[in-house]
Ligand binder design. Structure first.
Ligand code: AMP
Ligand code: MN
Ligand code: MN
Length: 326
């Protein structure tokens, strides 16, 4: 794919959307592209730019432009160009699918290794840390304002766990450096969007850690949140960010699993690997996807069924790797 300024010229009416249950990279990339296109509407010959995402965490309200993202999909509009960001497959677009289906041209910009190239133009870079890193490479640097830089930076820090996950590359750090040169207050962006927790979020985190269990000789740590627990605390899925990261740093574990109930006997699964276990392979098997060391899927059954089904696959990989014997 060419740079945005060449590829999008004369695009007319444009819609931007990301994946369901948006995370930092999703909100950051949608906000950044929205601001960029809005700012260059005239020179690009655009008539209209709309961005759509499901509700996201309040920690992202610090991003200028995020307040203009639409959360309702009632508008009966057919767009000339639809851009999917940070989304590995069409089913993860949620309600935005209706705009994808009716758009004249579809572009898919992403970094998931499991991305199945569902659009007309697919720009998927699995070695990139985040969609925000990919997006920066497609923008004209002199047109990246401080507000756009803030959104891109937040996306990068969320997908890299503040530059600590193995997806962080020299390219990631160079990109972050270029964004810092735009004058962003990176310390407060990191604190406010990543580390700050509400009292309620800390309570749920604490409870998950307290009730977590070790399985497969301590190589796997597992925690679950039921719908009942969410209701008790008055929490939503947006309050559960970061729990999987805390589970993952449990000493001696190869894989961390976090699940939360989205419907009766339906769970959203998150998995993280510390070593060589390929969790993307397991998530793909259960109809999800992601990256080698960070992946997710949705599974049905009781929490017990879910963990049993997942650990069967993890156990097989741990045996192949010689980590579990006997
Ligand atoms: P999460 O555990 O939700 O933070 O997701 C980890 C990674 O896996 C992210 O890159 C997600 O986009 C991806 N992922 C999570 N859930 C799914 C799913 N149901 N289908 C495909 N990819 C997923
Ligand atoms: Mn994402
Ligand atoms: Mn991402």
């Amino acid at each position: 794919m060419e740079k945005i300024n060449a590829e999008f010229i004369g695009a007319g009416k444009v819609a931007i959307a990301g994946h369901i249950r948006p995370d930092g990279d999703c909100v950051g990339s949608c906000t950044a592209l929205y601001l960029y296109l809005k700012q260059n509407m005239q020179s690009l010959g655009l008539e209209k730019v709309d961005a759509y995402l499901e509700n996201f965490g309040v920690e992202f309200n610090i991003l200028t432009g995020s307040e203009e993202i639409k959360h309702s999909y009632d508008t009966e509009e057919s767009y000339d160009l639809f851009i999917s960001l940070d989304c590995g497959s069409i089913d993860r677009l949620g309600n935005a699918i209706k705009y994808f289906d009716t758009a004249k041209k579809r572009i898919n910009i992403d970094h998931h290794i499991s991305n199945n190239n569902f659009a007309d133009v697919n720009h998927v870079v699995p070695e990139a840390s985040s969609t925000c890193e990919v997006l920066f490479s497609l923008m004209e640097e002199e047109l990246v304002t401080k507000e756009i830089a803030e959104a891109l930076y937040v996306g990068i820090i969320h997908d890299t766990g503040v530059f600590k996950h193995s997806n962080t590359s020299e390219r990631t750090m160079v990109t972050a450096g270029r964004l810092i040169s735009k004058g962003i207050d990176f310390s407060s962006l990191i604190d406010e969007s990543f580390y700050a927790k509400t009292y309620l979020q800390n309570q749920v985190l604490g409870r998950c850690l307290m009730e977590s269990i070790l399985v497969l000789e301590g190589k796997v740590v597992f925690a679950a949140v039921s719908k009942k627990m969410l209701d008790f605390y008055g929490a939503t899925h947006a309050d559960l960010d970061g729990i999987i990261d805390q589970l993952r740093v449990t000493k001696g574990t190869e894989v961390a699993i976090f699940i939360y109930e989205t419907d009766f006997h339906e769970y959203k699964v998150s998995m993280r690997a510390n070593g060589e276990v390929n969790v993307s392979k397991i998530a793909c098997y259960f109809g999800g996807g992601g990256h080698i060391r960070a992946a997710g899927c949705t599974m049905r059954g009781s929490a017990h069924d879910v963990v049993n089904n997942l650990t069967l696959h993890i156990e097989a990989q741990l045996r192949d790797l010689g980590i579990l014997k006997g």
